[in-house]
Design a protein around this ligand. Structure first.
Ligand SMILES: Nc1ncnc2c1ncn2[C@@H]1O[C@H](COP(=O)(O)OP(=O)(O)O)[C@@H](O)[C@H]1O
Ligand SMILES: [Mg+2]
Length: 371
C-alpha cells in the first residue's frame, strides 16, 4: 500500500522516528498533500519550529487548532480540502484535560494554579507523549476531520513515544502516588501507615512544610484525574492498533544510528501490533535522477588543456556523488524489503537551505504521494 492510498483511506497517520530526522517536516508535507487532495485534515504537530509556524501562518500554543489562512491555502494549492493546524503545547492540552475531568470548576482552577501542576510535564515521564495522544483521541471522537496527521513529540529515542503512555500508566498505577496522599483515618495496613509516616517526615524535611502541603493537595486532587488518564491511555493503545484507520510511518535519515533506530522501531511495531505502513528515507539522494557522468563530449571534440583538467576534476566530484546516490538507493531497497508487502519505503530529497518552505513542503508532499 502506498502513501497516496493511506492518505485517501486512513483517519490517522503517525510519523515516528528518532530526534531531528524530519518527523515534523514529513507530517506537515503529508497533511498539505492530503488537504490538496480534498480531505479535511488536521496537522497535529509537537515542537514545530517558529519558521514552520510562520510558513503555515498559524501561531504556536493556541488553545485549539485553527485553519491556515486563505493566502497560505492558496499558496499551498488547497482548493476543496481543508487544513487546520495545531502546534501543540503539551501544557495547554493538560489544562484542557484538567478542566474536563476535574469534579468542579473550582477544583480545576485550584489544580491549575498549584505550583506543582506547573511542573508536571517535567515531573512525570511520558506526560508530553500522553498529551499528544490525548489530543488525538479527542479529535477522533469528535470526528472533526477526515484525517489527523500526528507528528510525535521530540525525544532522543524513537520508542519514547510508544512507551510514554505506558510508562505514564505504570507511574500512575504505581504505589508512588499512594505514598504522597494525605494521611487518612480509614482502614490502612501497617505497612502503609509506616510508609506514610516515613514519607511525611522525609518529605516535610526535604520540601519544607508549605511545599509539602501543596504536594499533598496536588496528589490527592490529581489521583482521580490520573485514573481517567490511565484508562484513556489504555484505550488509546487499542485504537492505535486498528489497521483499518491507522498507519504508522517511520521517518529516518540515511545515517547509521537513525537507520538502526528505525529497524528497531519496526520490530517493536510488530511486537506491539501497531499497523506499520512504511519507511520515509528523508534527506536522501536516492530520489535523485539518474546521473550522467560528464565525458569528453562536454567540451566538444578538441578540449583545451584547461578544459581537460577541469573535466577530470568534475569527474572525481561526479563519481563521489554517484557513489552516494547508489548507496542511498541500496538503502531504499533494503528498507523496501524490510517493509514487506503491506508497507512501503519512500525517499525524500534534501531541500536546499534557501528554498521557500511552503514550496518545499508541497514538493515533498508530491514526492510522497507519487511514490
Ligand atoms: N528533506 C529535508 N531537507 C532539508 N532540510 C530538512 C529536510 N527535512 C527536515 N529538514 C530540516 O531539519 C530540521 C529538523 O527537521 P524536523 O522535521 O523538525 O525533525 P524532527 O521533527 O524529526 O525533529 C528542520 O530544520 C527541518 O527544516
Ligand atoms: Mg519534530
Amino acid at each position: 500500500m502506498n502513501i497516496h492510498e493511506l492518505v485517501k483511506s486512513r483517519k490517522v497517520i503517525v510519523c515516528a522516528g528518532s530526534g531531528g530526522v524530519g518527523k515534523t517536516t514529513t507530517a506537515t508535507a503529508i497533511a498539505l498533500a492530503a488537504a490538496r487532495s480534498g480531505r479535511k485534515v488536521l496537522a497535529l504537530t509537537v515542537d514545530p519550529s517558529k519558521r514552520l509556524a510562520q510558513t503555515l501562518g498559524v501561531d504556536r500554543n493556541l488553545a485549539e487548532p485553527i485553519a491556515i489562512p486563505a493566502e497560505r491555502r492558496e499558496e499551498a494549492g488547497i482548493e476543496e480540502g481543508m487544513l487546520e493546524a495545531w502546534m501543540l503545547d503539551p501544557r495547554v492540552v493538560a489544562d484542557n484535560f484538567v478542566n474536563r475531568f476535574a469534579d468542579t470548576p473550582e477544583e480545576a482552577a485550584r489544580l491549575i494554579n498549584n505550583r506543582l501542576y506547573r511542573q508536571i510535564s517535567r515531573m512525570v515521564a511520558g506526560m508530553q507523549e500522553y498529551m499528544a495522544m490525548e489530543a488525538l483521541y479527542t479529535f477522533l471522537r469528535e470526528e472533526r476531520y477526515d484525517l489527523v496527521v500526528l507528528d510525535t513529540p521530540p525525544s532522543r529515542n524513537a520508542l519514547d513515544f510508544l512507551y510514554g503512555p505506558s510508562r505514564l500508566s505504570s507511574f500512575l498505577d504505581g504505589r508512588i502516588f499512594q505514598l504522597f496522599l494525605p494521611e487518612d483515618t480509614g482502614r490502612r495496613s501497617f505497612i502503609r501507615r509506616a510508609a506514610g509516616r516515613l514519607v511525611n517526615r522525609v518529605n516535610a524535611a526535604i520540601f519544607g512544610a508549605e511545599l509539602y502541603e501543596e504536594l499533598q493537595e496536588f496528589m490527592s486532587s490529581f489521583s482521580g484525574i490520573f485514573r481517567s488518564m490511565n484508562k484513556n491511555a489504555a484505550d488509546g493503545m487499542v485504537r492505535l492498533r486498528d489497521p483499518a484507520t491507522v498507519a504508522f510511518l517511520l521517518v529516518t535519515s540515511p545515517a547509521t544510528e537513525s537507520l538502526t533506530d528505525a529497524f528497531f522501531f519496526r520490530r517493536k511495531t510488530i511486537e506491539l501490533e501497531l499497523p506499520f505502513r512504511g519507511f520515509v528515507l528523508n534527506r536522501s539522494q536516492a530520489a535523485g535522477d539518474a546521473r550522467v557522468l560528464p565525458d569528453g563530449s562536454l567540451f566538444g571534440p578538441k578540449p583545451s588543456e584547461l578544459q581537460a583538467s577541469a573535466l577530470e576534476k568534475l569527474l572525481v566530484l561526479a563519481r563521489i556523488e554517484q557513489a552516494a546516490v547508489e548507496r542511498h538507493q541500496k538503502l531504499l531497497d533494503q528498507l523496501r524489503r524490510d517493509a514487506g508487502s503491506s508497507a512501503t519505503a519512500v525517499a525524500l530529497p534534501v531541500i536546499s537551505s534557501g528554498a521557500d518552505e511552503m514550496r518545499a513542503l508541497v514538493h515533498l508532499g508530491d514526492v510522497l504521494m507519487e511514490s
